[in-house]
Each structure stands twice: as C-alpha cells, then as structure tokens.
Write a protein that binds this ligand. Structure first.
Ligand SMILES: Nc1ncnc2c1ncn2[C@@H]1O[C@H](COP(=O)(O)OP(=O)(O)O)[C@@H](O)[C@H]1O
Ligand SMILES: [Mg+2]
Length: 191
C-alpha cells in the first residue's frame, strides 16, 4: 500500500512529514540521489524527473516494506492507493515561498497552480482515495498530527469508523481559492 503526500511546493509536505515522525520517502532526495532525472530545467533550476524510473523504484520499495509513505509534488503520479493533498491559501503560500528564497517567477507559477487546484485535480483523476487538507492558519505540528491520524486510519483495517469520518471531513472540494482568481489574473505576466 502506497500513501502519497502531495501538494504545490511550499504547502508543507517535507516539514509536516519530518514533524510527524513517520518513516516517509522524500521523492526529491530520491530523484537527486538515485539520478532519476532526464535533464535539468535551467529556467526553473530544478531536475526533470524520470517518472518511469521513480515509479519502478517506489514499486520495488513497496514490495519490500508493504506500507510506504512517499512525499513530493509528483507523489500522486506514482500509483498511490491514497493521496493526501496539502493546500495553502495562495497569499500564505507566496509568503512561505518568499521565505524559502524562491525567485518571483517561481512564486508566481506556484501561486497560480495552487489557486487553480492543479495538483488536487491531477490527484482526483488518478487516485481512488483523496484527502484535501488546508494547512493555512494551522501549525506544522497540528497538520503533522492530522496526517498521522489519516495514515493510521488508512493502514489499520479495523479503524473503519475513523476512516469514514476523516474521508468525509477532508474530501476533495473542501478548499476553495476562487476568490484569488482575480489576484492571479492581475499579477500575471505574459511571455
Ligand atoms: N501549517 C503548516 N503546515 C506546513 N508548513 C507550514 C505550516 N505553517 C508554516 N509552514 C512552513 O511552510 C514551509 C513549507 O515548506 P516545505 O515543508 O519545504 O514545503 P514543501 O515540501 O511542500 O515544498 C516551511 O517553512 C514550514 O515551516
Ligand atoms: Mg519538499
């Protein structure tokens, strides 16, 4: 069973996974360390992931470990059984990315992607079970403890009541950034 923690960069995947104390595979590190990339995106300063190789690697780890938690903005592409999509209010996200030192164009791209629900839509298209968790206004520890509760309910067969209630509470569609559409249109630059 594979559980994917995904979301736009800056929504808190790595920080929350570290704070949760769960054994979690950081896909960005795997891509860099195992050389699972086909090139470098010079404009974005990031690696272009080799999804086929990453998929194969994750599948082999799942065979060994049976239960695998993976995190990264590509995690929902790796055939997970469950996807947990972290969300952040676009203004909050811009602040977090600024603090992480992202250049303005990368901040804009990610704020647009978050506002338009891109990763959520991709996850819903591919995964049977999807949770949507808004991290804005919460502490990293709060989100980490919610993540533990969700993963626990998904992994423990007998926790059906908790599972049903959490799936209902965090079902896709619970977050709505449409009020930010105007903002991203106003700040958009066309190349
Ligand atoms: N409630 C929250 N959940 C997750 N991250 C938060 C939260 N509040 C503040 N942050 C901060 O946002 C940043 C998210 O960065 P990171 O975890 O690297 O994101 P990602 O791995 O999704 O790109 C961290 O600096 C983290 O401390
Ligand atoms: Mg990360």
């Amino acid at each position: 069973m594979i559980i994917a923690i995904t979301g736009t960069p800056g929504t808190g995947k790595t920080g929350v996974c570290n704070a949760s104390g769960l054994a979690c595979m950081d896909l960005n590190s795997v891509i860099a360390e195992q050389g699972f990339y086909t090139g470098v995106d010079a404009e974005r300063g990031s690696l272009i992931a080799d999804l086929a190789k990453l998929k194969e690697y994750v599948r082999s780890k799942e065979k060994e470990q049976k239960r695998l938690v993976i995190e990264g903005h590509l995690a929902h592409f790796l055939n997970p059984d469950v996807a947990i999509v972290l969300r952040a209010n676009p203004l909050v996200l811009a602040g977090r990315l600024r603090q992480k030192g992202f250049p303005p164009q990368k901040i804009q791209e990610n704020v647009e992607a978050e506002t338009l629900d891109i990763i959520l839509a991709e996850a819903v298209e591919r995964c049977e079970v999807v949770y949507e968790v808004d991290t804005s206004g919460k502490s990293v520890e709060e989100v980490a403890s919610l993540l533990r509760a969700i993963i626990d309910a998904e992994l423990e067969e007998e926790k059906e009541r908790e599972r049903r209630s959490l799936r209902e509470r965090y079902k896709p569609g619970s977050v709505d950034w449409t009020s930010f559409f105007e903002m991203i249109c106003r700040t958009a630059t066309y190349h």
